[in-house]
Design a protein. Structure first.
Length: 386
């Protein structure tokens, strides 16, 4: 009887804690303890020089290191090491980070920022060991080489036509590698490129209601906008959820990095829109404007990116009342993500979170775990407990 009671209590504890408003420290303790186990299992399963992407139809889906997602597993390992101090996890983080050393030698798009900053950027920040600097600096130089001064941006992908230049809202995330390496090296052009990209994106990517387009294509020669559209959202004029998260995170980060007030104001405008439009539990549907809502899928990865950004914005906002609201939303999001509905206690291909959406219009990665959802979830928890 006693034993049965203990089993029932262990099963119900997370659910009860969520309904009673489990605090950030408690959530972080149980999530990082699970994440520690999952990193070890994932590392044991994963071949060298590959990266985990998702788990679909009962099978692990891995990717090569040139995939945009290759920095997130080493980055998650660094976050788990940061929280737990476990030397076994540090060894995984170091080894999986070193595997990415050659990436700045390739044309992998703006994603070089995700790849190198999540891995090498965290390695340097957490250990302070300057031997991590070289590939990080090379990553920043790679991204900076994509800058077109006429457009005022770094290009995200190849172009639709030779005369055009493509920029996606996701690219805001990758300005951080430029500002970090500017701080390390004093190379001003890196900071100038980041500021120019953020200013141009603020002008052309956002609608009057503070939602953003996914893709803006510019004419290379004039810097004028050619057209705006989506690749991963419901429609060209809809608000693709993860894109809204990238925007919130990007402008919050750019304010932290530069102190430029316009970025704080912009981040708070995006935050205000999200506070109004997010569902009660804080987890967005994959696109805010999908007419099938509520009969469509949520995107845990978008929620994780937003939670991390809300947590940071709550510490930067000068408006105490709004700062409280941002923190409350971040907490609500991590509480829901840490509930049994989203957090997988086992299985799930050794990913933490279920129910993310990679590219619904492309027909792939719908309602699955995704490596970047886990990364930003762990980051949000670190930010809420620091
Ligand atoms: N390009 C990154 C994303 O799918 O959000």
């Amino acid at each position: 009887m006693k034993r049965n009671f203990r089993i029932i209590a262990a099963v119900l504890a997370p659910a009860l804690a969520v309904s009673c408003g489990e605090n950030a420290g408690h959530i972080a303790d149980r999530v990082f303890s699970l994440a520690r186990e999952q990193v070890i299992l994932m590392d044991a399963r994963l071949a060298p020089n590959t990266s985990p992407r998702t788990f679909e139809n009962g099978k692990a889906v891995d990717a090569g290191l040139k995939a945009w997602t290759s920095g997130f597993f080493p980055g998650s390992a660094w976050y788990v090491y940061e929280y737990t101090g476990d030397s076994r996890i540090k060894e995984v983080a170091e080894r999986r980070t070193r595997e990415l050393a050659a990436l700045p030698g390739y044309n992998v798009g703006h994603d070089i920022g995700f790849m190198m900053n999540c891995s090498y950027g965290n390695a340097l920040r957490i250990t302070g060991d300057p031997s991590w600097r070289g590939p990080l600096e090379a990553g920043a130089a790679n991204l900076a080489s994509r800058f077109n001064p006429t457009v005022g941006c770094t290009s995200s992908w190849g172009s639709f036509r030779d005369s055009e230049f493509t920029v996606i809202i996701d690219n805001m995330m990758n300005l951080e590698i430029l500002t970090v390496v500017h701080r390390l090296t004093g190379v001003d052009s890196l900071l100038n490129i980041a500021v120019s990209h953020a200013n141009t994106t603020m002008k052309n990517h956002f609608r009057p209601d503070w939602t953003s387009w996914h893709v803006v294509s510019y004419f290379k020669d004039s810097g004028q906008v050619a057209f705006k559209c989506t690749f991963q959202g419901y429609s060209d004029d809809s608000a693709w959820a993860r894109g809204q998260g990238w925007g919130l995170y990007g402008y919050t980060m750019m304010y932290r990095e530069t102190g430029i007030e316009a970025y704080l104001t912009h981040a708070e405008n995006i935050a205000g829109m999200l506070l109004e439009r997010l569902p009660k539990d804080g987890i967005p549907y994959w696109d805010f404007d999908d007419p099938a809502i509520p009969n469509t899928v949520r995107d845990a990865s978008a929620a994780a990116v937003m939670a991390s950004a809300f947590a940071e914005l709550s510490g930067l906002s000068k408006d105490k009342k709004m700062a409280g609201k941002y923190r409350k939303m971040a907490l609500r999001q991590v509480r829901t993500l840490a509930s049994p509905e989203y957090l997988a206690a086992e299985g799930n291909g050794n990913f933490l979170l279920r129910h993310s959406v990679g590219n619904k219009p492309g027909g792939g990665e719908v309602d699955v775990p995704l490596t970047y959802a886990d990364y930003y979830f762990l980051e949000a928890l670190l930010r809420l407990t620091r």
